[in-house]
Each structure stands twice: as C-alpha cells, then as structure tokens.
Design a protein around this ligand. Structure first.
Ligand SMILES: Cc1cc2nc3c(=O)[nH]c(=O)nc-3n(C[C@H](O)[C@H](O)[C@H](O)COP(=O)(O)OP(=O)(O)OC[C@H]3O[C@@H](n4cnc5c(N)ncnc54)[C@H](O)[C@@H]3O)c2cc1C
Length: 388
C-alpha cells in the first residue's frame, strides 16, 4: 500500500485550506470527508479580523456587511464597516474544497472511524496510509477525541437558529445582548435572499430558544405552521429551516496552553478549539490555521504549528478567554452601553468591531471611563455613531 505524505481528515475551511497548502508545498495529500458537498450550520459571517486570510470569490459572497450593531436594554450602537462579507457555507466550503482537489489533493469520500499507528505511519480506516495526519473534522469530531479527548461541555457554546426566507432590507449584522441571563447573544445576519438568525450561548443556558422566538415575534410576528414553514401575521408563508451545532468557547485561557500537535499529527480549526471564546467566530482561524499546519508538516515538524498559530492569533484567543466572563456581566454591559456612544468609548468599540484594535481593550475601557462619564454628562456623542 502506497504511503501518502499527509491525510487531512475533514474538508471544511480548515481541512480544505490545509490540503491545498500541503499540495502546494509538494506533499501528496489525501482529503477525507464523507459529507461534501454539505451545508454546515453557521452564520456564514467572514470575520472582519483576518478577512485577508479567507479566500472568498465573488460568487460565494452573498452580501457585504455595511454595519455591525450591538443592542442591549433598549440602546443600540451601530458601527459602519466596510470589510465584512457574508457567505453561504455550502458555496464557500465547496469552493475551498474544489481548490484543494484541483491542486491535487485526493478526495476520499469516507468518514474516518479508525486511526492506528503502524510501522511509523498512520493507517486510516484500516486501508489508507499516511506519514502525518491533520485533524480538521470540527468540534469534538473523531480526531479531537482520538488525540486530545473531547472539549468539555462547559467550554462550548450551543449555537442554533433558522434560515428565515425574507429578503433583508439592509446589510446590517446585529448582535442582541442581554436577552436572557448568561454569556452569549442572539444574532440577525443578512444574506442574499434570507436572514440567518440564531442564538449562541454557553451550552446548557436556560431559555435560549425561547429568547430567539421572542425576538422573531418582535421583528416578524407570526407562527410556525409546519417544520420549516413560518406564517407571517400578513398571511404570507416563508421557509424557515432550522440549524444548530456546538462551537468551542474556552472559558479558561489555560486550555490554550495544551499543545494541539504531536510528532506526526496536528489539529486545526474547531478541532483545535481555535475559536474566539467571546463571540464564537472561527472561520478566520480555520482558514489560516489549516495553512499553517500544512506548513509545519512540510517543514518536517508538526509541533511548529504551536509557534505559528501563536504568532498569528493566540493573543486574541487568550484575551478573549480571560475577559469573556467580565464582558458578559450585566454591570459591564450596562456601563458599556450607557457610555458606548461617547467619543471616549465609541472609538474603542468601533476599532474592536472593525478588527483594528490590538491592545488590551478591557483595560483601555476602564482607563477611559472617567473621561467617558464626563462626556456623557455633557451629552457628547461620537460623530461616527450611526444611530442610538
Ligand atoms: C450555528 C453556528 C454559527 C456560526 N457562525 C459563524 C460565523 O458567522 N462566523 C464565523 O467565523 N464562525 C461561525 N461559526 C463557527 C464556524 O462555523 C467554525 O469555526 C468553522 O466551521 C470551523 O471550520 P472547520 O473546518 O474547523 O470545521 P467544520 O466547518 O465543522 O468542518 C469539518 C468537516 O469535517 C467533516 N468531518 C467530520 N467528521 C469527519 C470524519 N470522521 N471523517 C471525515 N470527515 C469528517 C465534516 O463533514 C466537515 O466537512 C458558527 C458555528 C455555528 C455552529
């Protein structure tokens, strides 16, 4: 049996990016995925931060974000943005997957169920052999459980929602905070011909689905008349398909200390837990992480991946895991939104939202607090604030 250089397990953004990079670096590559083409449960918002890491052609882009807004207790802060893109996950993933296949990665349409180390190589499903394995099969998939054990439930977001078949009136990405007690949010994302709406909270938070249904009633009064069918108060019936999955969301920064690689394997994307713990965005790290893993393997040492991912996005992950609890605290939310429109705080919020802020945002917020209080007292508003 011939031995491939690399077996990439999972053909989502992380796996497809890894496979394409591996082939580009002269490695013979097997790409295992039983499910392609498929539509992954996802908001499909390409994060503003690291947008340049994600290769997305025009045909996979549904729309471009014009603003990102945050709402809490009746206050809305809306930040104009120019860089964010919305994709359909089936289209975008298919594009990345095809790029890997065209480059020369060999697709094996099988679910990986077995991985053994024999005579210095990996034997996959008892049949295929490879020197290295890249595990890119998503949150708590086969490779994560095999190499590191599952991510515990207390470090996962539960994320679910609906594709609501109404054409958006504006390309505004909305985050609604404080709908229920807990760490997380509701979202409304614009797509070409529908809204992608959902909730994202620590797994096990009570009342997530009910909170989303209340939001739907406020925005689009109506009722479900059958699974996947929603009848608006006007009598119009629209498609409303459900989706849902888990997202890694580390509540303890120490979890990022554990290596996600060994001498002949690497985990990337959700399998590695490489998702921002505060808001659950992972597409940027999946796309870049896949490439960095392939680079480490091409250099003959998968553990170099630790150095590479840390250089590019570890700081953001550690900071988010450290401040997640504080950010979602009601006191912080109340203060942040009461002062969010002032020049002292809105500039910081806008930079953070646009992915342009590199410093310690929490610390900076507390430092700006006295000035923001004064500005609020004199009714000063930032001129970039779209609406409040
Ligand atoms: C509801 C929801 C909304 C989200 N919204 C956003 C968002 O708007 N923006 C953002 O940046 N992130 C978002 N995320 C997170 C984002 O979807 C993930 O971070 C991203 O998909 C991770 O990519 P991946 O390639 O690591 O894994 P995945 O996209 O999960 O791909 C894993 C692949 O592995 C395959 N696979 C699984 N098991 C096996 C096996 N045993 N053998 C072979 N193949 C296997 C699967 O078929 C799949 O193709 C959201 C997540 C959820 C759940």
């Amino acid at each position: 049996m011939e031995i491939a250089d690399v077996a990439v397990i999972g053909g989502g953004p992380a796996g497809a990016s890894a496979a394409r990079e591996a082939v580009g670096r002269g490695l013979s590559t097997l790409l295992f995925d039983h499910a392609h083409p498929r539509r992954k449960a996802c908001g499909g918002g390409l994060p503003v931060k690291g947008i340049e890491w994600m290769d997305a052609p025009e045909e996979a882009i549904e729309c471009r974000m014009t603003s990102i807004s945050f709402a809490y207790g009746g206050t809305k802060l809306k930040v104009p943005v120019t860089k964010g893109k919305m994709v359909r996950r089936d289209d975008w993933d298919h594009y990345l997957f095809q790029r890997a296949a065209e480059a020369g990665a060999m697709h094996v349409k099988e679910r990986v169920k077995q991985l053994e180390r024999k005579d210095g190589a990996w034997v996959i499903n008892g049949e295929y052999r490879a020197r290295y394995v890249i595990g890119a099969d998503g949150v708590n998939g086969f490779t994560r459980r095999h190499f590191m054990g599952p991510i515990p439930r207390q470090h996962l977001f539960a994320a679910a929602g609906y594709y609501l078949g109404l054409k958006p009136v504006e390309n505004e990405v909305e985050f609604i905070l404080g709908a229920i007690p807990g760490e997380g949010y509701l979202w409304i994302f614009p797509k070409a011909d529908h809204y992608n709406i959902g909730y994202c909270y620590n797994a096990g938070t009570p009342g997530m689905k009910q909170a989303l249904h209340r939001l739907m009633q406020e925005r689009w009064p109506g009722e479900f008349v059958a699974p996947g069918k929603y009848r608006l108060a006007t009598g119009e019936e629209v498609e409303c398909l459900q989706f849902g999955s888990a997202i890694p969301s580390y509540n303890d920064p120490a979890l990022f200390d554990t290596p996600v690689s060994g001498e002949s394997w690497v985990l990337v994307g959700d399998a590695a837990g490489h998702v921002n713990p505060i808001h659950g965005e992972g597409l940027n790290h999946a796309a870049l992480g896949g490439r960095l893993a392939a680079r480490a393997i091409a250099e003959g040492d998968p553990t170099r991946f630790e150095e590479y991912w840390r250089e590019h996005y570890a700081q953001e992950m550690y900071r988010a895991a450290t401040s997640k609890r504080r950010v979602y605290r009601p006191l912080f939310m109340r203060l942040g939104f009461a002062l969010g429109g002032t020049p002292a705080v809105f500039g910081l919020l806008a930079k953070l939202t646009r992915g342009e802020y590199e410093g310690r945002a929490m610390r900076n917020f507390w430092l700006r607090l006295p000035l923001a209080l004064l500005q609020a007292l004199f009714g000063m508003r930032h001129r970039g604030l779209v609406s409040a």
